[in-house]
Design a protein around this ligand. Structure first.
Ligand SMILES: Cc1ncc(COP(=O)(O)O)c(C=O)c1O
Length: 416
């Protein structure tokens, strides 16, 4: 079987959609892009949709009574509708545009959290969170006096669900906020069961979907999740745009996060009335072209089929895990292949991860090295930094082979 037909879709056609991949990183070295967990590349369809918007349709939204403003508003709200359908929200009013996952979490902390959390309350996070789902809660806890509990990570890189059950049983938990897929370990957390248990204990549940929404079908109604945060730039869309899904009744009850234009219905010198959802949470001129771009990205992923996207990544991750396991002196972090997705994270003997990444870059292989915005998790792993190869729809087994070959070359240089 050729590499070409190993995948659930025509990989050559997919790769041709991503013009950035067709270049040399250094003379004679094909670019092998394995850093999509940090930010994915963009297909021509997304780039073209944004260019077409700026070329023909741009004006400010929701304000002007002229043809361009109407077209821009249609494009912006049309994109919101595509994203609603993509995560299966009930209403477009439940889809709030933010700048990124980080801002979506800050919005929930700064609005819902500030209004609902105080001394005696508990928020449950996990020890494998990205900083963006730790720091906003720590800032708010210092202000509001509630307690944060962290679900520990087990030796296999999974959440300690017994500890979680203990928190829900013993503590007045008001909110659980946990990532769906770990950006370091690739662990796919059992959010369906965790949400069910949180609700049974009377707590709300927020998913950090930064590493799941781009890679697998996430259905907010099937999950019955209260909040879902994700970023456009990790799912083939542009930077500068994020999404917060929230159940309508919860969003309705929340105070605004930022004040300004767009989010008000009426302003007097004495006070203001808020606009309807989702505009109540979208102060100021939004990222219109970026929303158009994300709409095109969602069309692109939808046409591939999220089940195919997942199946493709499983093939690549499985292959990467097998090939990396061959390399002497290499340690892989995280659970077995069937409970992980998207990333493989490793260390190479005692070589610093930054040095590994630099040597790989010289071979044209782009990976990420560091703590990946998860310092507490790295403390748990007992290493200051790891190297991470992460995959998306355009990656192939040949990319994994290039990674492994470059690692072997790095080993030679360090003479082990
Ligand atoms: C799991 C996870 N959560 C949150 C974020 C933050 O995303 P953004 O920088 O787009 O806000 C990331 C980014 O790497 C992530 O991997």
């Amino acid at each position: 079987m050729t590499d070409h037909n190993t995948y659930p879709f025509d990989i050559a056609r997919i790769r041709a959609d991503f013009p950035i991949l067709d270049q040399e990183a250094h003379p004679g070295k094909r670019l092998v892009f394995l850093d999509s967990a940090a930010s994915s590349q963009k297909p021509r369809q997304v780039i073209d949709a944004m260019a077409a918007y700026y070329t023909r349709d741009h004006a400010n939204v929701h304000r002007g009574i002229h043809v361009l403003s109407e077209r821009a508003t249609d494009a912006y709200e049309g994109a919101r509708e595509k994203i609603r359908a993509f995560v299966n929200a009930r209403s477009h009013r439940e889809i709030v545009f933010t700048r990124n996952t980080t801002e979506s979490v800050n919005l929930v902390a700064g609005s819902w959290g500030r209004a609902n959390l105080g001394p005696g309350d508990v928020v449950v996070l996990s020890a494998m969170e990205h900083h963006s789902n730790i720091v906003p809660w720590q800032i708010l806890a210092a202000e509001r006096g509630f307690t944060i509990r962290y679900i520990p990570v087990t030796g296999t890189g999974e959440l300690d669900l017994d500890a979680y059950a203990g928190f829900l049983r013993d503590d007045p938990v008001k909110l659980v906020s946990v990532l769906h897929v770990s950006n370091v370990l690739g662990t796919v957390n059992p959010v369906t069961e965790m949400i069910r248990d949180a609700h049974a204990a009377g707590a709300l549940f927020m998913i950090d979907g930064a590493q799941s929404v781009p890679h697998l079908a996430v259905d907010v109604q099937a999950l019955d999740v209260d909040f879902l945060a994700f970023s456009s730039h990790k799912m083939a869309g542009p930077t500068g745009l994020g999404v917060l899904y929230g159940k309508r009744a919860i969003l309705e009850a929340m105070p605004p996060y930022m004040g300004g234009g767009e989010m008000i219905r009426r302003v007097t010198l004495e006070g203001s009335q808020w606009n309807d959802l989702p505009h109540k949470f979208e102060a100021g001129t939004p990222a219109i072209a970026e929303a158009v771009g994300l709409g095109a990205a969602v069309d692109y992923l939808g046409a591939l089929g999220m089940d195919n996207v997942l199946a493709h990544e499983r093939i690549i991750v499985e292959y990467a895990m097998d090939r990396l396991a061959e390399v002497p002196g290499l340690t892989i972090y995280g659970p077995d292949t069937d409970r992980r997705n998207g990333v493989t994270t490793f260390t190479l003997k005692d070589i610093h991860a930054h040095d590994v990444a630099q040597l790989l870059d010289a071979e044209g292989v782009a990976i990420r090295a560091g703590h990946h915005c998860a310092m507490p998790l790295h403390q748990h792993l007992g290493v200051p930094a790891t190297a991470r190869a992460s995959f998306y729809v355009y990656n192939t087994k040949a990319d994994v082979d290039a990674l492994v070959e470059a690692i072997y070359n790095a080993r030679k240089l360090f003479r082990f």
